[in-house]
Design a protein around this ligand. Structure first.
Ligand code: RTP
Length: 182
């Protein structure tokens, strides 16, 4: 009965411009580019050959559910709003310039405990202090280029999701994986 269904929470996760441009999002960009004749004409293969959808797959393998995703270049003003809590910090301006400097992959992930556990998957803010096995621990080196953002609590998750996504851009579905296995 619905009494036993856990309350499903959602969090906002963003892959920052460094994470996108280092080719950590698309599995084997060379192969992907080779399969699209249009892309082949406009892009040179980058030489990156990363593991399968590195960042996204870590959330997926854990068992969390992707309910929203898009790629966009946020404006400077938008990133200032996103990081409004940090506006007194000396690095605020540089941080906002950086986040608005290129494409960001914005996502909403759903699952029991996803806000807190998503932060665990991401690791400590400073990649020098993130444990090996975490996204930042394994894939990043400096605090200003720590490749990923995750909401730090229920309030910020709610605010950030509504800032980055319209309600109709998020899906709700039951995962019936068994149905697709014959
Ligand atoms: P995020 O919001 O990006 O998930 O990161 P966080 O909660 O782990 O860290 P927060 O303290 O909210 O800082 C936000 C982002 O600002 C950059 N930062 N630079 N000393 C510095 O230069 C410095 N400190 C923080 C990081 O990119 C951090 O993710």
């Amino acid at each position: 009965s619905s009494l036993f269904l856990p309350q499903m929470e959602r969090t906002f996760i963003a892959i920052k411009p460094d994470g996108v441009q280092r080719g950590l999002v698309i599995d084997r960009p060379n192969k992907f580019i080779a399969s699209c004749s249009l892309l082949r004409k406009i892009l040179k293969p980058s030489g990156y050959n990363n593991q399968i959808s590195e960042i996204i797959s870590r959330f997926e393998r854990k068992g969390f559910k992707l309910v929203g995703i898009k790629i966009m270049v946020p404006s400077k003003g938008f990133t200032q709003k996103h990081y409004h809590d940090l506006k007194e910090k000396p690095f605020f301006n540089g941080l906002c310039n950086f986040l608005s400097s290129g494409p960001v992959v914005a996502m909403v992930w759903e699952g029991e405990g996803v806000i807190r556990y998503g932060r665990k998957l991401i690791g400590a803010t400073d990649p020098q202090k993130s444990e090996p096995g975490t996204i930042r621990g394994d894939l990043a080196v400096v605090v200003g280029r720590n490749i990923i953002h995750g909401s730090d609590g229920p309030e910020s998750a709610k605010d950030e999701i509504s800032m980055w996504f319209k309600p109709e851009e998020l899906v709700s579905y039951t995962n019936n994986a068994d149905k697709w296995i014959y």
